[in-house]
Design a protein around this ligand. Structure first.
Ligand code: NDP
Length: 310
């Protein structure tokens, strides 16, 4: 009998109980799954950092922490965590959601939709947008989500550059790897999308100097993490016109405080951290597969590199 603790915010249990049960049953596993369990018995922890659990030493038999979220910045440095940590990689749900969000927001700015949706002065300015092939888009962070978005945008014809620690091989995309290529990746970009994890190395990666490398009037989309951007530098770039618009889904403090200048800024679109979320049905299958692997001695999928922080 496998003992699985569901450790997430209490309201999540109602969403995940049946999908997890279905996924575990489909793999023929013999298990107990509950949000309440004697810590001494727990073998797998299905986890979200908002669960309130932060002392993993209380679970002496635990074999893995299976994070429900893609981002692990709130758990990866926990000193009590000495067992494998897997993060959420779910092509059907999380990845697909991010591709849709990024594609939609890129197209909004590429096509200049705002000018026609809100046009109180009935201005008739018959200027067509350029084709996608003339719109350079740079994606910082070219992992699971960045590559999926890059493929989708390249498929629409955009001139895509993907930047990561190591260069990738993605057809139709220019990929660059390492710190010394970041300036090249940003130079002349008209739209920049941040899909980096938050680590000490990526904090404030988009600062004043790097914002100045973008094409004048560039657009910034941040569905990654708030602290990837130096907020003051972004506000200055918006005010100077160097950045014409920022669509931000993530913030240093969430929910974004009511008095934060982003709310009132005419060139900022605030989204409430909804770019993509873990979808219970498909995520449950990812979790169940990792538990099956743990039980059969196979390597876990989607393990976090604790030293790298993601
Ligand atoms: P991955 O781990 O698959 O990809 C991360 C990418 O960032 C990799 O390409 C990695 O490089 C690169 N990277 C990491 N550190 C550096 C660095 N110092 N310099 C250059 N590149 C670096 O993560 P995902 O694509 O699955 O997710 C990315 C992030 O998206 C998550 O961490 C999370 O913060 C955010 N997210 C936001 C959501 C939302 O709703 N707003 C939903 C889901 C995720 P390399 O490939 O060389 O290792």
């Amino acid at each position: 009998m496998i003992h699985i603790l569901f450790a997430a915010a209490p309201d999540r249990w109602a969403q995940y109980e049946h999908p997890l049960t279905r996924a575990l049953d489909a793999l023929g596993l013999d298990y107990v799954l509950s949000p309440e369990m004697d810590p001494a018995q727990v073998e797998y922890i299905v986890y979200a950092p908002n669960s309130g659990h932060d002392d993993f030493s209380l679970f002496p038999r635990a074999r893995a922490v299976l994070n429900l979220w893609a981002g692990v910045e709130n758990v990866v440095n926990n000193p009590t965590l000495t067992i494998p940590l897997a993060r959420m990689v779910d092509d059907e749900g999380l990845t697909q959601g991010m591709v849709e969000w990024v594609t939609g927001h890129v197209l909004r700015h590429h096509l200049g939709m705002d000018a026609h949706i809100v046009n109180p002065d009935r201005r008739w300015v018959p200027v067509a947008p350029p084709l996608a092939r003339d719109r350079p888009v740079t994606i910082l962070g070219f992992g699971t989500l960045g590559q999926a978005c890059g493929r989708a945008l390249a498929g629409l014809g955009f001139e895509v550059t993907g930047w990561a620690r190591s260069a990738k091989d993605v057809p139709g995309v220019r990929t660059l790897g390492g710190d010394d290529t970041l300036d090249t990746a940003l130079a002349g970009a008209q739209i920049v999308v941040l899909l980096l994890p938050l680590t000490e190395a990526t904090r404030n990666v988009l600062d004043a100097r790097r914002l100045s490398l973008l094409a004048p009037g560039a657009v910034v989309l941040n569905p990654g993490r708030g602290p990837l951007i130096d907020d003051d530098a972004l506000l200055a770039a918006l005010d100077s016109g160097q950045v014409s618009h920022a669509t931000l889904d993530v913030f240093r403090v969430e929910p974004l405080p009511q008095d934060h200048p982003f709310w009132a800024h005419p060139k900022v679109t605030v989204c409430p951290h909804i770019a993509s979320e873990t979808r219970p049905d498909s995520a449950a299958r990812v979790i169940a597969e990792n538990i099956r692997r743990g039980e059969s001695g196979e390597p876990f999928l989607h393990l976090v590199d604790r030293a790298a922080g993601y």
